[in-house]
Design a protein around this ligand. Structure first.
Ligand code: GDP
Ligand code: IMO
Ligand code: MG
Length: 443
């Protein structure tokens, strides 16, 4: 049974939630391996819309085991709220949710530090989600983080908390002139969370290993996207975790030798939320059109997303860093009304045209995109489920894009709902998951 990783190929919000929900009935386990409640993964089921933040998007399928891996940072209050909201909406969390003992906790001082440092950053503000994800990963790397397992050991938890509150209060007060915390003010609520979460906290690396040995199929659900990766993204305008393929292994304890394939998720155009360079960013009418048709507003913060044309230089880079076997291309329908569509095939910088994604921050900011322009199809693709039924010009666009990236497409998404999806017959996803053909029949 294949173990497959799903990864955002751009700056996040590519439609990972939709794709994970589609694949979940074909696997036994879905595991999140990085990020925290900065993620917002939308799943549309009929008239219902779910936005998952820390819980894997497989949770909507009874029988699918969902794991929050060791690479995730967990805000327990936000997680409990998410769990309660799912239960209220009829989703069962009985025996199908597992949280790694090694996952780090987001503590109340983390969002405070996140907001305080952003408020002082001026022009170089990252535009974080304000959830405390960066400061929580900073503590993890500094070896002063507090982990899920510590929640279950009151004495150890208090000891670690005291040291942290002492240090964070000095930072908050003296560097940021911000409000401080007390140990007791945090201890009470966190011990209550511990009581709530204790039944779910376990050695998930061991469980995953046993399940895989017994023949289970695991889907790794990436959060954010390649360009937000701490090592490979547009540093420092990134998130603080390993969003790329390697993170799937370190963030779960499943060795790379047990991973069988990597799927990139990319939009037919491109968006970014927050600050930082975005070579193909558009202003004016076309950006407004993409934002309105694509409903490009942050699932977590509600912020309008910046919009631009698809960037082959970035996507080829994502394919190289992650080793994509295939791509699921989403939101084709959003381009339906465009007279022409553009594809960025180079970055012009100081008279030269670069075709490999550069590593210099200055170039990301200053490069001018070089475009190929294709005529639009100007007819609806919304809800289409058959590749052959797509307008010829849409197929030309898809075929050309796939060829430029050098990676075949497995899925073309034509709407937010589950069945608004084209499965490319004889694609990697159709081969890995034969049941998909039944779930996504062409009409
Ligand atoms: P994620 O973070 O990668 O899971 O993506 P988000 O959920 O943040 O953003 C993707 C948005 O696009 C969500 O509102 C989805 O419901 C929606 N969506 C996904 N695929 C399609 C598609 O093919 N067409 C349209 N119009 N919307 C889509
Ligand atoms: P999903 O999983 C899009 C962005 C923020 C900011 C930067 C750092 O839904 O695709 P952070 O709060 O992580 O320290 O913010 O990363 N960002 C996302 N952008 N989708 C996401 O998640 C994101 N998670 C973080 O906007 O620019
Ligand atoms: Mg999102």
């Amino acid at each position: 049974m294949p173990n497959i990783v799903v990864i955002g190929a751009q700056w996040g919000d590519e439609g990972k939630g939709k794709v994970v929900d589609l694949l979940a009935p074909c696997v036994d386990v879905v595991v999140r391996y990085q990020g925290g409640n900065n993620a917002g993964h939308t799943v549309v089921v009929g008239k219902d819309k779910f936005v998952l933040q820390t819980i894997p998007a497989g949770i909507l399928h009874a029988g699918c085991r969902c794991v929050i891996g060791c690479g995730v940072v967990v805000d327990p209050s936000s997680l409990i709220e998410e769990m309660e909201s799912l239960v209220q909406r009829g989703v069962s969390l009985d025996g199908n949710l597992y949280i790694s003992k090694n996952a780090h906790l987001i503590m109340p001082y983390h969002p405070a530090l996140d907001r305080a440092s952003e408020s002082k950053a001026g022009r170089r503000r990252i535009g974080t989600t304000g959830k405390g994800v960066g400061p929580a990963y900073a503590d993890k790397a500094a070896r002063i983080g507090i982990r899920m397992a510590d929640l279950l050991d009151e004495r150890l938890f208090r000891e670690k908390l005291e040291a942290n509150v002492f240090q964070k209060n000095r930072l908050l007060r003296e560097i940021y002139d911000a409000e401080t915390f007390t140990v007791d003010g945090i201890l009470g609520p966190y011990l209550r969370y511990a009581g709530w979460l204790a039944p779910y906290i376990t050695d998930t690396a061991l469980l995953l290993s046993r399940w895989i040995d017994a023949g289970a199929s695991v889907l790794f659900e990436g959060a954010q996207g390649t360009m937000l990766d701490i090592d490979h993204g547009t540093y420092p305008f990134i998130t603080s975790s390993s969003t790329t393929a390697g993170g799937a292994s370190t963030g779960t304890g499943v060795p790379p030798t047990k991973i069988n394939g990597i799927v990139g998720i990319a939009k037919a155009y491109c968006t970014r939320v927050g600050g930082g360079p975005f070579p193909t960013e558009l202003g004016g009418e076309i950006a407004d059109l993409l934002r309105a048709r694509g409903n490009e507003y942050g699932a977590v913060t509600g912020r309008p997303r910046r919009c631009g044309w698809v960037d082959v230089i970035g996507l080829r880079y994502a394919a190289r860093i992650n080793g994509f076997d295939t791509i699921a291309l989403t939101k084709l329908d959003v381009l339906d009304t465009c007279e022409t569509v553009k594809i960025c095939v180079g970055y012009r910088y100081k008279g030269e045209v670069l075709t490999d994604f550069p590593e210099e921050e200055r170039i990301w900011h200053e490069a001018e995109p070089v475009y190929e322009e294709m005529s639009g199809w100007q007819t609806t693709t919304h809800r289409l489920r058959d590749y052959a039924a797509l307008p010829a010009k849409a197929r030309e666009y898809l075929d050309h894009l796939s060829e430029l990236i050098g990676v075949p497409f497995s899925i073309v998404s034509t709407g937010a709902a589950r069945d608004e999806t084209i499965l490319v017959q004889d694609s990697a996803l159709a081969r890995w998951f034969p049941a998909l053909r039944g779930l996504l029949p062409a009409h």
